[in-house]
Design a protein around this ligand. Structure first.
Ligand code: HEM
Length: 186
């Protein structure tokens, strides 16, 4: 997993819970990297899992909620770090439809060793987008937070329903509805 994910995660932890919690998480001897991350490095995916689990234990917050919050935070990071990737889409559904074949394709050019999920999208109606997440890394909750933040970025409130399609978290289906679009007058 790319270092930017680690450095941003630790920044979020520092902002929300303080430096002491960051230091506690990094003191874990099981971290192969020794708890030292550079944004351009690449680290074992298990390390981010260990850090998130440790943060859950330390704060008492459920893991899905932590990953979702981190997804929201990370969307802000991506906006700042890669503004050009947001130039092509004028609405959130358009952006989400381009994550698999445009955004993450660009990411792979920048970081050939990135480990990315796949997304398959389908418009169920003009205000409803179905999005299938598939990944060996089972980070559907992170995707949830990213999708939520994407709606907010484009000024569109979303209702998001996530339905696991497998027990291991490797396939999650999202149905994203633009809020207000169920009103009787359409
Ligand atoms: C709403 C839009 C997006 C969604 C739903 C999404 C989803 C995800 C998810 C769930 C992961 C974790 C890896 C996995 O599950 O296999 C991931 C990784 C990543 N994504 Fe995206 N993403 C989005 C937009 C972006 C954007 C805009 C960028 C940057 C311009 C980006 C760059 C990355 C990078 C660098 C990684 C880490 C890859 C690695 O660690 O090797 N994503 N994405």
């Amino acid at each position: 997993m790319k270092g930017i994910v680690f450095t941003e995660f630790l920044e979020m932890v520092e902002e929300k819970f303080g430096m002491e919690v960051v230091n506690d998480l990094l003191a874990n001897p099981a971290l192969k990297s020794g708890g030292v991350y550079s944004s351009v490095g690449t680290y074992d995916h298990m390390e981010i899992v260990m850090l998130v689990v440790a943060l859950g234990k330390r704060t008492g917050i459920e893991l899905p909620a932590l990953l979702r919050a981190f997804g929201q935070y990370l969307f802000g990071t991506f906006k700042r770090a890669y503004p050009h990737m947001f130039e092509h889409s004028t609405d959130a559904f358009g952006f989400l439809e381009g994550v698999d074949q445009e955004v993450h394709v660009e990411v792979l050019k920048l970081y050939p060793d990135a480990e990315l999920p796949s997304f398959e999208t389908k418009r169920l109606s003009s205000n409803v987008l179905q999005m299938d997440y598939r990944s060996e890394r089972s980070m559907g909750d992170l995707a949830f937070g990213l999708i939520e933040a994407c709606g907010a970025h484009y000024g569109e409130g979303f209702d998001i329903v996530a339905t696991p399609q497998s027990d291991d978290g490797k396939h999650v289906q999202f149905v994203v509805t633009r809020q207000g679009s169920n009103a009787s007058h359409g």
